[in-house]
Structures are given as C-alpha cells and as structure tokens.
Design a protein around this ligand. Structure first.
Ligand code: GLV
Ligand code: MN
Ligand code: MN
Length: 424
C-alpha cells in the first residue's frame, strides 16, 4: 500500500531527462541570449509532437489512455478498488511563443514520474490514479486560456471551444482533427476524488524568501479582451495632425492608462494590466496605423476590484473613442474569477513538505492553471516549485534546478499517495 513509499524519493535523473527531452520539441534559439526557448503553441505541429512523445511515455508506464473530444489526454493506473474516484494530477504541454522548458511540463512529466516511481516500487494504491495533460492551457493561440480543462469541467461548452479560431482562421476542431487528437470520450463526466498539480511558481517570492516550495491557496481573477482599434491609414509625412486618425496612438494611450490603473491604487495594490499584443496595420514606418489589434490582460486577486477595473477601462475606451474619433471594439475572450483551493488538500501538501524537511509557505498563483478549473469539481490544490532568475517565466530563461523540481515531485508523489488511500 501507499505507506511503503511515504517519504521515499522519485528518480530525479529520470525526471530531468524527460524534461530535457520534451524541451527539445519546439525548441528555438532565443534572439537575446544563448539559451534555447520552447515554442509549442496549442494544437500546432510542435504541440502534436510533444503530445505524442508524452503519450508514448504514458503507454510505456503501463497506463490506459483516453482522449476526450477537446483533446485532453487521461492516463490511468488502476487501484485496488476501481469503483472509487481516482486522484488526478496533470497540467499542460502547450506553451506561449517565448516559453522555457518547465511551465506546465513539470506538472505533466512530474505526474508521469510519480507513476514510474510507483511502478518501480510495486506500490498499489487504494484508488486509481489518473494523470493528464489538457488542451491549450496558455490560450495565446485561440484566445481562451485553460480551454481543455474548462471544457472538461463544463465551464466552456464544447461547441463554443471547437469553434474558436486562431489568427489564420483555423478552428480548434479542425486543428484537433489535423493533429489526430480529436478524441471520442465525452467531456464533462470525470469527477476525481481530488486534483493536485505541481507547477513552477513563475514569480520571485519563493526564491526571494529562500524557500523550497509553495503551497498554493488559490488563483487570482483574470480578464482578457481583444481590442480592434480602427482609424485611418495615411501618409506619415503629409498628413497634418488635425487630419490624423491614428490607431497606434490610441493603442499607446490605452496601454499607458492601464499602467496608471495599476499604480493609482484604485483597484488595490495587486492590480496588474498588460497589453501583450499590439499589432498595427499596415505596419510600415511611413504609414499612420489605420488599425491596431491589441489585447488586454487584467489580473487581480479581488473579484470586486477586477470587476471595477473592467468597468473603468470600458468607460475610458468609450471616452477615448469619442475624443479621438476612432472606433474601439472590445471583445471579452476569457474571464475567470479568483479561485480558492481546498484547505484539506493544502494541508496534505504542507504536511508532506514538512515530512521532507522542506521550507514552504502559502502562496497565491498569479498565472492561470488547469487546477483552478478542476477545483469546481473536486478538492484541489497546487504545489509551486521556485524558479531561478527571480522566477522569470514565459521567457526562455525560465529555470528550476533538478533538485527544486525533484522536491516538488517528491511532495506530489506522497501527496497523491495520501489522497489515493483516503476512503472518502
Ligand atoms: C498562463 O500562463 C497565464 O496565466 O496566462
Ligand atoms: Mn502553466
Ligand atoms: Mn504559461
């Protein structure tokens, strides 16, 4: 039974080798430094290759695999009593265009390493264990984050998810079909006993405080919009100021205003706002931009403050549109409220970390995570692993050491064992 492996360790070299091997899929030479980055946009050829490698590893570990209609992959190791709900663990394989090797991948390959370690030690758990990866957690290709887990947990309807299109007009459904991951398992039916995800922190707190782990208490609210700012393209040298309808200038004003929203304190100290896409047309040095596609990413741990920031920004867009004579269309593409994780699962993680002598603290997630979707379905929490370089992430410099990763996955293993031995 599970007790036998408590406080024993995973195979850290094997975990590291797997992280390195998957990190070679979609690897690119970063412009700014020697370091290799990773680009595995959801449902791209690179994502498909990453998925296939992980599925092969799942199979080699003796797991039975199911793919659902949104392309999530579930791999299950039976327990003693397979009528009981499984403990589930997993994360994502897709990445932002400028990723490192750890975001999401540590949670998937860490869960795989848990299974491999259980196999090595011939450990049988009371409940089955399901490990998984979820489609398009990043949301940067099809504009909605946590897409696969949101569909699996009935927040986003399947048809709506299938019909999302990327910038080239390709739909989620077409791309799932093209890469061979349009599965047949119906979505929305899985009800795990508990869900636990290990992830890199992606911020500076754990490193700054010299800690080994974070026990994640929840996730802040996230609001995404796509702005279409339409003015008129015209000659940069011959168009007097009063004749201009400069969509680029308007995008810059919105961006500057978003920063003021963060520094003003009006939406609390923790308000964050980012314009990650600013895409002018026609994009030429001597043409006033006639149109800009821009994105807005607002984050706040306080739902009321986030709603108030959304309303404030909307009012600012209306005023600016009127004063500049420029059309600003905004479309909400993703919206998730702040989420609180299960105190019980947090306690299991914290006790397990103590049993390893690891220094830890409670911490709030700034990034979105698949776990927040599963938290509506079953008791859920997350383990954060510190990152070097102030925990930089969504950047090729993202790095957690073999020891830091192994700490997180040792705690994941033993947390899963405790949860998998629970009767209720
Ligand atoms: C995912 O990484 C997000 O929080 O944007
Ligand atoms: Mn992630
Ligand atoms: Mn990410």
């Amino acid at each position: 039974m599970g007790q036998a492996l408590k406080r024993s360790t995973i195979n850290s070299d094997r975990l590291w080798d797997a992280l390195e091997e998957l990190g070679r899929i979609g690897a690119f030479q970063s412009e700014h430094d020697e370091i290799m980055g990773v680009r595995r946009l959801a449902l791209s050829d690179e994502d498909a290759a990453g998925r296939r490698l992980v599925i092969e590893w799942f199979r080699d570990a003796g797991l039975s695999i199911d793919i659902d209609q949104i392309g999530n992959a579930y791999a299950t190791r039976p327990g003693i009593d397979n009528t009981l709900a499984p403990v589930m663990s997993g994360s994502h394989v897709d990445s932002v265009p400028s990723a490192g090797r750890f975001d999401g991948v540590l949670g998937v390959l860490g869960a795989l390493e848990v299974i491999r370690s259980l196999n090595d030690h011939n450990i049988t758990t009371h409940r089955p264990i399901t490990i998984a990866f979820f489609t398009d957690e990043e949301g940067c290709r099809f504009a909605t984050d946590m897409l696969g887990s949101a569909v699996a947990t009935n927040r986003v309807p399947l048809e709506q998810a299938w019909s999302l299109r990327d910038a080239d007009g390709r739909s989620v459904r077409e791309e799932l079909e093209r890469i061979g991951f349009l599965g047949d398992e119906p979505v929305g039916l899985r009800k795990p006993h508990a869900f636990v995800e290990c992830h890199v922190e992606q911020g500076p707190i754990l490193q700054r405080e010299g800690l080994d782990l974070g026990v994640v208490i929840g996730v802040q609210g996230i609001s995404w919009q796509r702005l279409t700012i339409t003015g008129a393209s015209a000659h940069a040298g011959t168009t007097p100021l009063e004749y201009r309808r400069d969509a680029g200038l308007v995008a810059a004003k919105i961006n500057a205003h978003m920063r003021e929203m963060c520094t003003s304190g009006s939406f609390g100290e923790l308000m964050l706002a980012t314009m990650g896409v600013i895409s002018p047309e026609p994009c030429s040095i001597n043409v006033i931009p006639g149109r800009v596609i821009a994105t807005v990413d607002l984050r706040n741990p306080d739902d009321t403050a986030l709603e108030s920031a959304e309303r404030h920004l909307q009012a600012f867009l209306s005023e600016l549109s009127a004063s500049e004579g420029i059309e600003i269309e905004s479309q909400l593409t993703a919206r998730t409220p702040a989420v609180a994780f299960s105190p019980d699962v947090q306690s299991v993680i914290a006790d397990t970390a103590d049993s390893f002598g690891l220094r830890h603290r409670r911490i709030l997630a700034g990034a979105g995570h698949d776990a927040q979707e599963w938290s509506r379905v079953c008791p859920t929490a997350m383990i954060f692993v510190p990152g070097e370089n102030d925990g930089i992430s969504h950047n090729p410099l993202e790095y957690s050491s073999p020891e830091q990763c192994a700490n997180g996955i040792n705690v994941l293993l033993n947390t899963i064992l405790t949860l998998a031995d629970q009767d209720s």
